[in-house]
Design a protein around this ligand. Structure first.
Ligand code: NAD
Ligand code: ZN
Length: 243
């Protein structure tokens, strides 16, 4: 890592990180593909869809309240904190996260682009009402909008839904203009980060990946650091900031 960073340091003007569920794993937030991510034997792909919500909004809300409960009891880890330091000390750092847990914000990241939304947002399916503060009554599910009485849903992107255009364009623009892309704790099972990394690579960016296991990103990464992001990322950030 040390040798790689010092060899390429002149190329680190614009740094971008894409994070996935793996960066929150050491905080105790289950990833989707780990065994502890299962709820009542449903896979995430069976619940995090517009079809599942249409068919059984109560069930989908029960799952989200279970996940909110888990996340509420967790705190950011050393990996999240290292990215805050990078944002504070580097003049051009940008964070794109697929995570919906809000732990980057809680750690102190100022402007993470939450491309899959935030699990604590309640959003109306019909009007533009949304709120993070509203307390959902678990005994009266699914909740309804106080303004128009339509269903409320969690403010996250479900499988099969389109990305918000603004967020997508911002991410693509950033990929075209980054010198170093950090891919952290993401499996590549969701196709958007794979697409974004490809754009960055084609535009000439260096790519460093941190993951416990090899992924679809690994073969094209310039440096693959295998292990836990909570341990490796603080070391990497120190190396980057020291050059
Ligand atoms: P994923 O569950 O598909 O993959 C997690 C990846 O993290 C795996 O490749 C795994 O090897 C790696 N990993 C696990 N522990 C790690 C650690 N300590 N250090 C480094 N890497 C580690 O997650 P994904 O790629 O983010 O895709 C799943 C989708 O599910 C995303 O869209 C995301 O929005 C959503 N999701 C979010 C959360 C969250 O907000 N924390 C949790 C689960 C799923
Ligand atoms: Zn409404």
């Amino acid at each position: 890592m040390k040798v790689f960073v010092s060899k390429h340091k002149h190329r680190f003007q614009n740094i971008t990180a894409i994070t996935g569920a793996g960066i929150s794993a050491e905080s105790g937030v289950p990833t989707f593909r780990g065994t502890d991510g299962l709820w009542k034997n449903f896979r995430a792909e069976e619940l995090a869809t517009p079809e599942a919500f249409q068919k059984n909004p109560k069930l989908v809300w029960e799952w989200y309240l279970w996940r909110r409960n888990i996340i509420e009891s967790k705190s950011p880890n050393e990996g999240h904190k290292a990215l805050v330091e990078l944002e504070q000390k580097h003049s051009n750092f940008f964070l794109i996260t697929q995570n919906v847990d809000g732990l980057h914000l809680q750690a102190g990241s100022k402007r993470p682009l939450e491309i899959h939304g935030n699990i604590f947002i309640n959003r109306c399916v019909s009007c533009d009402y949304q709120s993070k503060e509203l307390k959902i009554d678990s005994k009266n599910l699914p909740p309804h909008c106080g303004r128009c009485n339509s269903l409320l849903r969690p403010g996250v992107l479900w499988f099969g839904e389109s990305y918000e255009e603004l967020k997508l364009n911002q991410s693509i623009f950033r990929m075209q203009n980054t010198d170093l892309l950090l891919i952290l704790g993401t499996s590549g099972a969701v196709s958007m980060p794979v697409y974004l990394a490809q754009i960055a690579k084609e535009a000439g960016s260096l790519v460093i990946e941190i993951n416990q296991e090899e992924t679809p990103f690994t073969s094209s990464a310039d440096l693959f650091l295998q292990g836990k992001s909570g341990k490796i990322l603080p070391e990497l950030v120190q190396e980057i900031l020291s050059v």
